[in-house]
Design a protein around this ligand. Structure first.
Ligand code: HEM
Length: 183
């Protein structure tokens, strides 16, 4: 995955487990995880190895860790370099999610070989949004849960995110339900 994802992952590991544990994780990896060039693609195996090694060492689960990465993905990107994308594609979570495919496609113009996920977003009554998630990669559904929770916070729309369908293979999809809770 692109370096910006790995930098975000490394930052989450450092913050989540502290400097000492992060250095131990980095020392066990067969590549230099101290810095990634944001706009350069790296093998997916590297990102999976960072998560796997962190979990081996800390006893945390990949599900929990990826969910934290999702939260941080939204808080970091919405405050930093990609801040404007959050404003332009808002102003609410439904509109933002509906624009997510074109947002990733636009990023792909400057990121050759980008393999972004895709999302199908539907309203289900007043209080519920259903999100289908398609990806060429396996095991990242907990990341999406964290991202959707992060977006609820960012847009000030309190909600509960549930993973209601697990995909069978790459052509299939995972599905999530965001239920609005009282503010
Ligand atoms: C401005 C904010 C964002 C930027 C700059 C961004 C950019 C990227 C980039 C560069 C990748 C790596 C793809 C690759 O290397 O092939 C990626 C993957 C991904 N993005 Fe975004 N993204 C943003 C927001 C979001 C949001 C809000 C979601 C919410 C659901 C999301 C969902 C994902 C997922 C799940 C992946 C993992 C790859 C996969 O599923 O195959 N992204 N994104």
């Amino acid at each position: 995955m692109y370096g910006l994802v790995n930098n975000l992952l490394a930052g989450t590991l450092q913050r989540q487990y502290g400097d000492v544990v992060w250095r131990e994780i980095a020392a066990r990896l067969p590549f230099d995880a101290s810095f990634f060039v944001s706009m350069k693609p790296y093998p997916d195996e590297w990102s999976y190895a960072m998560v796997g090694t962190a979990c081996e060492l800390t006893g945390d689960t990949p599900e929990n860790l990826l969910r934290c990465v999702g939260h941080r993905w939204v808080s970091e990107n919405s405050a930093g370099e990609y801040k404007d994308l959050f404003t332009i594609n808002g102003p609410d979570i439904f509109t933002f999610l509906s624009n997510l495919n074109s947002m990733h496609a636009a990023l792909g113009n400057q990121m050759p070989g980008l393999r972004p996920p895709s999302f199908l977003v539907q309203r289900d009554g007043e209080q519920v949004i259903r999100v289908r998630y398609y990806s060429t990669r396996a095991g990242l559904a907990p990341l999406v849960t964290g991202l959707l929770e992060g977006l609820c916070d960012f847009f000030g729309e309190p909600g509960t995110v549930s993973h209601i369908r697990q995909r069978a293979d790459e052509r299939d999809y995972d599905e999530f339900r965001i239920e609005r809770t009282a503010a």
